[in-house]
Design a protein around this ligand. Structure first.
Ligand SMILES: CC(C)(COP(=O)(O)OP(=O)(O)OC[C@H]1O[C@@H](n2cnc3c(N)ncnc32)[C@H](O)[C@@H]1OP(=O)(O)O)[C@@H](O)C(=O)NCCC(=O)NCCS
Length: 171
């Protein structure tokens, strides 16, 4: 059985992360952007997910900016050949756990209106739609959905969101 680990991003992860960005996003962040996030942005946390078969291979990552009591997800991605195996879900839940453990009460993100897999992931995690940014992506061609998750608001089953299981996290 494969065992997964989620830990903080370190310098040597950055080339692989930039490679995944290029594979999955139309406007990928550069290596320099991630380096700046790691070294210069005290409000940022980036988590990476690996497995025990190839511990040096980054399978996915997720970033968040802490702004007062809000967490803003900057990006989340899984290597294309590993998508659909619940790794995105593990990463997102780990990040939310970290946010709740670090005095945040709300987590927000933007997502393309056509990104069905990501929207399913967010809705199943408890995020709700809060508005649209018209023409946010690709020079005005695609809208962004704004979504929020609120720590103290029970979900439809009456559970609060602090109990999400995030896998092995070492941050
Ligand atoms: C979005 C992304 C991070 C999700 O990670 P993943 O590991 O592929 O997704 P998961 O396997 O965790 O599945 C997430 C959910 O989507 C659902 N799903 C899978 N394929 C789907 C599809 N084609 N359409 C709708 N929902 C789908 C799964 O059933 C799962 O729902 P669950 O919570 O009920 O289990 C990943 O696909 C990715 O990197 N995409 C490209 C980058 C991207 O779009 N990032 C998001 C930017 S906002």
């Amino acid at each position: 059985m494969t065992s997964y680990e989620i830990r903080s991003m370190v310098e040597r992860d950055i080339p692989q992360i930039a490679q995944i960005e290029k594979a999955v996003f139309n406007a990928p962040w550069s290596e320099a952007a991630f380096r700046s996030e790691l070294h210069d942005n005290a409000m940022a946390l980036y988590l990476v997910l690996t497995d025990d078969r190839q511990p040096d291979e980054v399978l996915g990552y997720c970033g968040l900016w802490k702004i007062f009591d809000e967490g803003h997800i900057t990006n989340i991605a899984v290597r294309p050949e590993h998508q659909g195996k619940k790794l995105g879900k593990m990463l997102l839940h780990a990040m939310i756990n970290w946010a709740w453990s670090n005095e945040m009460k709300h987590v927000t993100l933007e997502v393309r209106v056509g990104n069905d897999r990501a929207i399913t992931l967010y809705k199943n995690t408890g995020f709700v739609e809060a508005g649209v940014r018209p023409g946010y992506y690709d020079a005005g061609r695609e809208d962004a959905l704004i979504m929020w998750l609120h720590r103290d608001e029970p979900d439809s089953d009456g559970r609060r969101h602090e109990a999400k299981k995030g896998g092995c996290i070492d941050v």
